[in-house]
Write a protein that binds this ligand. Structure first.
Ligand SMILES: Nc1ncnc2c1ncn2[C@@H]1O[C@H](COP(=O)(O)OP(=O)(O)OP(=O)(O)O)[C@@H](O)[C@H]1O
Ligand SMILES: [Mg+2]
Length: 306
């Protein structure tokens, strides 16, 4: 059972549409509801275009939801006044890492200043020495040594720039970290290192993480709970192991059946399940199949009920 005091993020009926011309719009997210506990890693998975990044951006107030509410520690993020009132706190406590964070870095700033900037704005350190040392430490944690401190983003590789973005976000010790495919551009060895940082941040600093990734093995390894998105709908949600061992929605079954198995003999025997996402039939009804494991009813189930 999730108790109210444990909840950091509460998303209710989130809908987001992108206007396309005068009359048309793209419904990227339909009536999605979920919560994130203060101390958990919650992942969103689903095919490309299913609405994961749109949800993430709504949580960071980069997009304004068309409908629904998002509360962060009780603060209504959809209310401009409330947001303004808690501006400093929200800037400090909520951090985001994008897949292409690298391209959003200020090209004119040096690595060390990029990482130090949010810490300076928030006056986290009173001594310059302390700040410098802290910045060095954060960069070292993502595998960037001293000689990168004075370089500018244009003088670094894509993976190195991504690590700067990660160091900058982690350095703030956020209470909510939204990580939208944060490691896709990194080498496998660095990926493992960064994943350890995520775990460390979550365990040591009581941070809630919204994690979005295409690598389902990584999601399984890292997350406490998982939400599955298909065509803008959240179709299933629950504890990670329950979802992976006993997927209930046909879309989740097909998604998980595509994960390669390392054992070639086993891989041969497996049948992959295909799911035509176009056939998703939105009943809008989420049923709690077992405690904490929610699944959206499908057309067939719905007919059985009538
Ligand atoms: N700025 C935008 N303007 C118009 N449509 C958009 C915009 N951003 C996303 N979309 C559309 O909204 C839908 C959801 O996109 P979103 O980026 O949230 O998907 P995603 O699940 O993050 O996909 P991926 O795994 O490829 O990152 C898609 O149909 C996409 O084309
Ligand atoms: Mg995305």
């Amino acid at each position: 059972m999730m108790e109210n005091k444990d909840i950091l993020v509460d998303v209710q009926g989130l809908t987001h549409q992108f206007p396309m011309g005068k009359k048309k719009s793209i419904k990227a997210v339909h009536h999605v509801s979920f919560q994130i506990r203060r101390d958990e890693i919650f992942s969103l998975v689903g095919e490309s275009g299913s609405g994961k990044s749109t949800v993430a951006r709504c949580l960071m107030n980069i997009y304004e939801p068309t409908e629904g509410t998002i509360r962060y520690d009780g603060i209504n993020l959809c209310d401009k006044k409330e947001r303004e009132q808690h501006k400093t706190r929200l800037q400090r406590e909520r951090q985001i890492i994008f897949q292409d964070s690298a391209s959003a870095l200020n090209q004119r700033m040096k690595t060390k200043d990029i990482v130090a900037e949010p810490l300076r704005i928030q006056h986290i350190f009173s001594e310059k020495e302390e700040l410098d040392q802290y910045v060095r430490q954060q960069l070292e944690m993502v595998g960037l040594e001293e000689n990168y401190l004075n370089r500018r983003p244009s003088e670094l590789s894509g993976g190195q720039r991504q690590r700067i973005a990660i160091a900058r976000a982690f350095g703030m010790k956020p209470r909510l970290l939204v990580a939208d495919e944060p490691i896709a551009s990194l080498d496998v060895s660095i990926q493992a290192q960064v994943i350890k940082l995520f775990q460390h941040l979550q365990e040591e600093h009581d941070c809630a993480i919204l994690f979005i990734a295409h690598d389902l093995s990584m999601v399984r390894y890292l997350s406490d709970r998982v939400g599955v998105m298909c065509k803008g709908h959240l179709v299933e949600m629950g504890e990670t192991e329950k979802i992976f061992q006993n997927p209930l929605h046909s879309y989740t079954k097909s998604l998980l059946s595509a994960i390669p198995v390392p054992d070639p003999a086993l891989e041969k025997k497996r049948s992959s399940v295909t799911y035509d996402a176009a056939s998703i039939w939105n009943t809008g009804i989420m049923v709690e199949a077992e405690e904490g494991h929610w699944v959206m009813q499908e057309e067939a189930d719905h007919e059985n009920l009538i």
